[in-house]
Design a protein around this ligand. Structure first.
Ligand code: HEM
Length: 250
């Protein structure tokens, strides 16, 4: 007869937990990992991206003026040469950092509170919880996927040559018009722009608040203004696909 000796399972299976806190960390990494650092990085990178999106939206409106105006604007940017590459590189870096922080805050929250609250109730004072704030990870993910497809369609899309004041340039206006004559593109862009609107609606307000620019008294005004800005950007972008599809711009 064999005798089995009881072995305490806890001692056998438990591997030592890695303790990152004891590892040497640079001040920058410590800042990135701290909750306040994440808020500040997310806010600053988010505002920089919102600034780009606003400028890009206004630039797109030039197609309402005409093909030449649109192509001239694109050509003017292209003439920046190395500086444009630097700005684009910076933009990619900012976008990646923004996504990394957003993703890590979301995962951190999931770990801390795996089950979402069934109801969102304010514990006193005005609650700034909204559909926008609760769907930031979803609208952010939609925008990330959209960006890849968007660059593929336009930036790395077909090169139609034309000339402007006797100079050979890329006919981006023709490409944009060609794309938005297709209903799936006009519809798809409208869906993404709705997501962009919601993302900016909470993002801009939250970023300004995180960066400390919101005095308690002006909060409701800032909250309203960020909604207005988000709507203006989404509608400003959205006008072009439907104007093209409807034959107003061509
Ligand atoms: C109707 C809506 C839009 C139109 C017609 C449009 C059009 C374009 C075009 C033609 C380009 C290529 C520019 C070039 O190669 O010189 C471009 C680039 C780009 N677009 Fe859009 N866009 C729209 C919406 C958006 C939105 C909503 C976002 C972001 C959320 C966005 C982000 C970008 C980025 C990051 C680039 C690359 C810029 C660069 O590399 O310089 N676009 N867009």
């Amino acid at each position: 007869m064999t005798l089995h000796r009881a072995i305490p399972m806890t001692n056998v299976l438990k591997a030592p937990e890695p303790n990152n806190e004891n590892l040497p960390q640079s001040p920058l990494l410590r800042f990135y990992r701290s909750p306040i650092g994440k808020k500040l990085i997310s806010g600053a990178t988010g505002l920089a991206l919102a600034g780009f999106v606003l400028v890009h939206m206004v630039g797109n409106l030039l197609l309402f003026v005409g093909h030449d105006a649109y192509n001239a604007y694109a050509e003017h940017l292209a003439s920046w040469g190395v500086l444009l590459y630097a700005v684009e590189g910076l933009l990619v870096g900012i976008a990646l950092l923004h996504m990394a922080v957003g993703g890590s805050v979301f995962v951190g929250r999931l770990r801390a509170r795996p089950q979402d609250y069934a109801q969102y109730e304010s514990v006193g004072g005005t609650s700034y919880q909204s559909f926008s704030s609760r769907t930031m990870i979803i609208t952010g993910a939609i925008l990330a996927v959209f960006l890849g497809l968007h660059l593929w369609t336009f930036k790395f899309g077909p090169y139609y040559p034309t000339d402007l004041d006797g100079q050979p340039v890329r006919d981006l206006a023709r490409l944009v018009v060609e794309v938005f004559h297709k209903l799936p593109y006009a519809l798809g862009y409208s869906g993404v722009l709705l997501g962009l609107g919601f993302h900016l609606r909470h993002g801009v307000w939250s970023a300004v608040q995180s960066l400390g620019a919101l005095h308690q008294g002006i909060r409701p005004i800032a909250y309203g203004l960020s909604a207005l800005l988000a709507m203006a950007i989404a509608l400003g972008f959205g006008a072009l696909p439907w104007a093209i599809y409807g034959g107003l711009v061509g």
